[in-house]
Design a protein around this ligand. Structure first.
Ligand code: FAD
Length: 469
């Protein structure tokens, strides 16, 4: 039998996430088995108690923050069950980074790499269809999930494998997702596994998952390239992206392309050395392909960087630990500096998560750069998915930042993009989901939700509300 915790001092530690939104709950449960989870769900269903699932609570959208009812923490569901050559299975609450470390110790590789992977869980990374820098090469979490065990909102325990059809009586939404990196809303699923990826804890509790593994890259080169302006960095991105798409095993075939604007570099200058003439930077990784030998990769990278106007004298391409530590120092200096600025401002930052098609990248970047307040721009430029961080200093600026974000979301959608490429919708971006989806599609989402969860107990307030808001 599971324990229930009502001590407010214990509950206190579970009521928020990385968005800093604070909620409230009457009871905390920390189940240790799928059967306990099913019992808890049946109890909540019978008593019509809202039930919110939380794991690492690194969500930036208040998705795991409860507003009443019971809160279920997945922290004790953290066992690795099996690691084979092609598949690995673990309970959903295991930290993703810990799971990957064990997989890599056996010489295999599970690529999804949200920056938060050492704090976030496997189950939530599936529930949110998380991505990371390497998604440029490997895609988001979705294609890597092979099977899941899930507790439905009725308390029924089901196991779905790839290719298992969605039960015929479930009213599946039929819509065309944008052809960009996206983690916004339910998919039109290929099979039953697909339906539970990206559902943000609203359709079922993932208790265990089997993921696909691939070969661990033998060697990875780290590249830090500086540019005199944004335009040359974007030009290089376009060249490298085209090369990687044409030949994923080519000499120039980055697995990630990450952008930092000049505001990021200003912040970094306080902590690490940054060339004076640099106005933009790209961080990339290249998995080496044995038949190319390192020389072929180096030649291809140096040529492309020179042709696109990179500051080649300041550029670093490295495979040794000291060089990689230098690259990491720059990447860490930026979030650390942003957090310090946020604390100085005394206001939360407003961070975007929009993605757009290739042809719309320059227009979105120009809009980001025209932000009406202090800001920094960085992120997954290879996927046209940049995080603009607006840094308001007053409550008035905070309101402006939020409305500017909504305008940006509308423009991204008009350009064929998504309102969330990786962080999901949660409780904070429901207005943006409504920008992206027609009322008819939202009605289909509600019909599915109501069919599986008639009393709307699971993840109440996340993604969308029972009636149009
Ligand atoms: C510093 C930082 C960096 C980040 N970087 C990235 C990034 O690079 N890429 C990216 O995609 N995201 C990123 N995120 C967002 C976040 O880490 C991911 O969304 C992550 O998947 C959340 O995992 P979690 O265990 O913390 O889940 P939580 O925050 O606890 O929960 C997130 C959602 O998942 C649901 N959930 C949790 N467990 C389950 C389960 N077992 N079954 C069903 N639903 C469940 C919850 O109800 C909630 O809706 C970042 C966040 C931070 C703070």
């Amino acid at each position: 039998m599971y324990d229930t915790v009502t001590d407010p001092n214990v509950l206190e530690g579970y009521l928020t996430d990385a968005s800093n939104v604070r909620g409230h709950a009457e009871v905390l449960v920390r189940p240790k088995s799928t059967e306990e989870i099913a019992q808890i769900v049946r109890h909540c269903q019978a008593n019509q108690l809202p039930l919110t699932i939380a794991a690492g609570r690194t969500s930036t959208t208040a998705a795991p923050v409860p507003f009443g009812g019971w809160l279920m923490s997945m922290e004790s569901m953290n066992a690795i069950i099996d690691i084979q050559t092609d598949f690995a299975t673990a309970q959903a609450g295991i930290l993703l980074g810990a799971f990957q470390t064990e997989i890599e110790a056996k010489g295999r590789f599970y690529p999804p790499d949200p920056t938060s992977r050492h704090e976030c869980s496997l189950g939530a990374s599936i529930a949110c269809n998380a991505s990371g820098a390497r998604s440029f090469r490997y895609g988001p979490t979705r294609p890597w999930v092979e099977a899941i065990e899930v507790v439905l909102p009725t308390g029924e325990i089901r196991t779905f494998r790839r290719g298992d059809p969605v039960p015929t009586d479930w009213p599946i939404p039929q819509w065309q997702e944008p052809s960009v990196k996206t983690a916004a809303g339910y998919p039109t699923p290929k099979d039953a596994v697909d339906l539970f990826i990206g559902q943000e804890g609203t359709l079922g509790i993932i208790t265990q998952a089997t993921v696909r593994l691939t070969d661990l890259p033998a060697e990875v080169l780290g590249i830090l390239a500086y540019f005199p302006d944004r335009q040359s960095a974007v030009r290089f991105t376009e060249v490298a992206r085209a090369a990687a798409r044409k030949d994923p095993l080519g000499a120039l075939s980055p697995r990630c392309i990450e952008y930092f604007d000049h505001h990021c570099l200003e912040i970094a200058r306080h902590r690490v050395e940054v060339p004076a003439e640099a106005r933009a930077a790209l961080f990339c990784e290249q998995e080496t392909v044995p038949e190319h030998r390192d020389e072929a990769h180096l030649t291809a990278w140096w040529e492309a960087l020179s042709e696109q106007g990179a500051l080649v004298d300041a550029t670093l391409i490295t495979d040794d630990p000291a060089g990689k530590a230098k690259l990491l120092a720059l990447r860490h200096a930026i979030p650390a500096g942003i957090n310090e600025q946020v604390i100085r401002n005394g206001m939360p930052k407003v961070g975007t998560d929009l993605s757009v098609p290739d042809g719309a990248l320059n227009e979105m970047m120009a809009l980001y750069e025209a932000s009406p307040m202090q800001h920094v721009l960085f992120g997954h430029i290879g996927d046209n998915h940049l995080h603009l961080n607006l840094l308001p200093k007053t409550t008035e600026e905070l309101a402006v930042a939020r409305s500017y974000y909504l305008e940006l979301a509308k423009r991204a959608v008009a350009l064929g993009g998504s309102v969330s490429a990786e962080h999901g919708i949660g409780k904070l971006k429901k207005n943006q989901l409504a920008v992206m989806l027609s009322p008819a599609i939202l009605a289909e989402f509600r019909a599915l939700k109501r069919h599986l969860d008639p009393h709307w107990i699971l993840g109440r307030g996340t993604l969308f509300d029972p009636e149009a808001s």
